[in-house]
Design a protein around this ligand. Structure first.
Ligand code: FAD
Ligand code: SF4
Length: 333
């Protein structure tokens, strides 16, 4: 059995250097960061994740939420989900983010889970978590047990013949609708990536879930200033009222002027292989009257390209209704 190493990093440069020694990228890498541990340790216990070295990043100075001069917000990667959800500026200016965070997991988990860890949580596909089943995401080239298996909770947007796993994060759906950016520090310096481009489609490489390279540390999430006059909302539909992942969810940001939609941003959760921004829905909303007919048209547009599997056809109509209701709620607020 391979020797296992655990270390604590006290500065970002040491953490990045340690992780850059891995020959593979963050997902499935031999050297992994641990933050709250609520995904990584679970998967290590299941033998799904087998890092050779784990670097604890909890002592890095990345646990602050700071206002930016332009009116935006800079959120450290180690800000706990509970602290972020209850932050007064998040509740006031980015309600969709607060609501998305509070709809996820349980109070205890939200006290541990971090902003960076939430972005990088892995799919809840049952076959991914079962080392006895073929899974291209866990073992590239082994096959996908879900396509002809239990696929009720799987994705209907962005799937490929190699993987149909749903992206599980609620927070990330809100971040995509808010047009957040992800700040990354790596072996070759710092860069900032729009949240919508941070997550990759499965294609024929479902084991690569995001743009991180070996050594890359997510340091912050940056929110742009709130759009003038806009309101936002997150609606999550699931099998039970708490402690459950989304079957369908909608994050919407809407500004209405003189009865017409002046600004619309839409993202869906529970139905996509990544947090699913819908330019189709946004186009169907822009400049239109804020009416039930417009919201129904936007919901149809958002699901136009859905490809359901044998057990999850119900998600198409569920997601349409979820989006229409979220839009109705925010327009009436
Ligand atoms: C029972 C249960 C129910 C849940 N329900 C929901 C739900 O309804 N909705 C939802 O959205 N989530 C849910 N979750 C998932 C939960 O939100 C995540 O487990 C949590 O957000 C992960 O954060 P963490 O800090 O604990 O991550 P960790 O487990 O510490 O890390 C997760 C991954 O991110 C990497 N990582 C962490 N920080 C960084 C960083 N700064 N830079 C680079 N890599 C990093 C780690 O290496 C690891 O790969 C649930 C989890 C459980 C266990
Ligand atoms: S859907 Fe993706 S994660 Fe699930 S078994 Fe198939 S390849 Fe693995």
């Amino acid at each position: 059995m391979e020797p296992f190493a655990f270390s604590r990093a006290t500065d970002a440069a040491t953490a990045v250097k340690a992780a850059a020694a891995a020959s593979t990228a963050q997902q499935g890498a031999e050297v992994r960061f641990v933050a709250g541990g609520t995904t990584l340790l679970d998967l290590m216990k299941l033998d799904v994740e087998r890092p050779r070295q784990v670097v604890d990043i909890n002592r890095l100075p990345l646990a602050e939420v700071e206002s930016l001069p332009d009116g935006g917000l800079k959120i450290g990667a180690l800000v706990r989900n509970a602290d972020l959800a209850h932050h007064p500026l998040v509740k006031r200016d980015y309600a969709v983010l607060s609501q998305a965070l509070l709809s996820g997991a349980s109070a205890q988990l939200r006290n541990m889970a971090t902003t960076g860890g939430n972005l990088l949580q892995r799919t809840r596909c049952v076959y991914f978590r079962d080392t006895g089943a073929p899974c291209n995401k866990r073992e590239p080239g082994s096959g996908c047990a879900a396509i002809h298996g239990f696929n009720r909770t799987m994705a209907i947007l962005g799937t490929s013949e190699h993987c149909i796993a749903t992206h599980p994060s609620d927070m990330s759906v809100a971040l995509v609708a808010l047009e957040a950016r992800v700040a990354i520090r790596g072996a070759r310096g710092e860069r900032v990536v729009p949240a919508g481009e941070f997550f990759l489609l499965p294609g024929d490489t479902p084991h690569r879930e995001n743009v991180l390279e070996p050594g890359d540390l997510v340091t912050h999430v940056i929110l742009p200033p709130p759009h003038p006059g806009a309101r936002s909302h997150y609606l999550k539909l699931r099998d039970r009222a708490s402690y459950e992942f989304a079957l369908a969810s909608a994050a919407v940001v809407l500004a209405v002027e003189d009865g017409r939609i002046a600004h619309a941003r839409v993202a869906l959760g529970g139905v996509g292989t990544r947090p699913w921004r819908s330019p189709e829905a946004e186009q169907a909303l822009q400049g239109r009257p804020a009416s039930s007919e417009t919201f129904a048209a936007a919901s149809q547009a958002a699901l136009r390209d859905a490809k359901p599997q044998s057990q999850n056809g119900f998600k198409v109509e569920l997601a349409r209704r979820c989006l229409a209701r979220a839009l109705t709620t925010v327009a009436a607020a």
